[in-house]
Design a protein around this ligand. Structure first.
Ligand SMILES: Nc1ncnc2c1ncn2[C@@H]1O[C@H](COP(=O)(O)OP(=O)(O)OP(=O)(O)O)[C@@H](O)[C@H]1O
Ligand SMILES: [Mg+2]
Length: 328
């Protein structure tokens, strides 16, 4: 390690933050959450600790990141500083950090991201396009002239990109990712069973429906008539169908992105196929639906939830890569 501190890469996700340390790999993967005392507003925990204490009525959890950018500057800064101190315990040096820049970030948002990272104790910030980080982390040949497609299904959004020769050639965004599926499941349960599910319960139903024996998932919902909470057994098939609309909008946007590509790249893609990353890519049946819509091979990356951090980590390992890819 240099006296100036290690180089790190950080994927600041809406649901989770992942940190990659040069020559070590991913060393932190925690919810992007801050826990505060409801009465005093004092911060009492970050990350896993903050997300786990959700049942405590004396405290509330806030999620200060949205779409890769700080939504609550002060809380995001304190959370990042906490994470950085956890992985970079060197009192006399500060790390240099590679972070993802969302494609739709305005110059002001970009500046806010930089300022926040500096204030959180970074020595230098390098911003790298999110889509390229995703493609690198998914193991795609980003610098080749062939086209590669990567679809990142995150918490609140799905980002679709075709990259070739180190640049983004076509891109699309769908509002809604994993949370959109949860909301659709909660709506279906309310209509069919008269029970209200909170996001945690809808998430449990979604994950349960993707696990063997794929038949039934039991969750606890709130009955608005009696005010009581009661258990309900939901058919896994119904849960999967409820999330179908969100899957359809992802499929539509993926098709539109391919259609907006130059013809020769679209031809490459039909052979190369698309790679899915992000937590939402773990949704059962998604790959099959996308394969049918796109008429091309679709596979999930080896480490889907870590792909963006791994791609940014590649840049931290080889800082020259950033300028090589940017120059194109
Ligand atoms: N096993 C699973 N099955 C279905 N969905 C899952 C599973 N595991 C995680 N998810 C979903 O993944 C989503 C979070 O994905 P991810 O961790 O990639 O988001 P993020 O990187 O924090 O957010 P973003 O990239 O949108 O800022 C959640 O909505 C969650 O429901
Ligand atoms: Mg993400």
């Amino acid at each position: 390690m240099s006296l100036l501190g290690r180089d790190l890469a950080m994927d600041l996700g809406t649901a989770s933050t992942r940190i990659y340390v040069k020559r070590k790999g991913i060393v932190l993967d925690e919810p992007s959450a801050v826990r505060r005392d409801s009465n005093t507003g004092k911060v009492i925990g970050f990350g896993t600790e903050a997300a786990d204490g959700a049942d405590d009525t004396e405290a509330e959890t806030c999620w200060p990141v949205n779409g890769g950018l700080p939504a609550d500057n002060e809380m995001a800064r304190r959370m990042i500083r906490h994470f950085l101190r956890k992985v970079h315990r060197h009192p006399f040096s500060r790390p240099r950090i590679v972070m993802a820049l969302p494609e739709d970030a305005t110059p002001i948002a970009q500046m806010a991201l930089r300022d926040m990272a500096f204030e959180a104790d970074a020595r230098g910030i390098l911003l790298f396009p999110h889509a390229l980080a995703a493609a690198l982390g998914a193991g795609l040949p980003v610098r080749d002239c062939v086209g590669s497609m990567v679809i990142d299904i995150g918490y609140d959004s799905t980002r679709i990109a075709v990259v070739s020769r180190g640049a983004v050639v076509a891109a699309g965004t769908v509002l809604g990712g994993g949370r959109g599926v949860n909301r659709a499941i909660a709506r279906w349960v309310e209509n069919e069973y008269g029970l209200v599910l909170d996001d945690g319960e809808a998430e449990a139903a979604k994950r349960g429906a993707g696990q063997p024996p794929y038949e039934e998932v039991v969750v606890k919902g709130h009955d608005p008539d009696t005010g009581e909470r009661r258990w309900v057994a939901l058919p896994a098939q119904g849960i999967r169908e409820a999330g179908g609309q969100q899957v359809e909008s992802i499929a539509r946007a993926a098709v539109e992105t391919v259609e907006s590509c130059p013809a020769e790249l679209a031809a490459d893609l039909s052979g190369q196929g698309a790679v899915l990353i992000g937590g939402g890519s773990l949704l059962r049946g998604l790959g099959r639906r996308l394969r049918a819509a796109l008429s091309m091979p679709v596979r999930r990356a080896e480490r889907p939830t870590e792909a963006v951090a791994l791609g940014l980590g590649r840049c931290a390992e080889e800082l020259g890569l950033i300028s090589k890819l940017r120059r194109r």
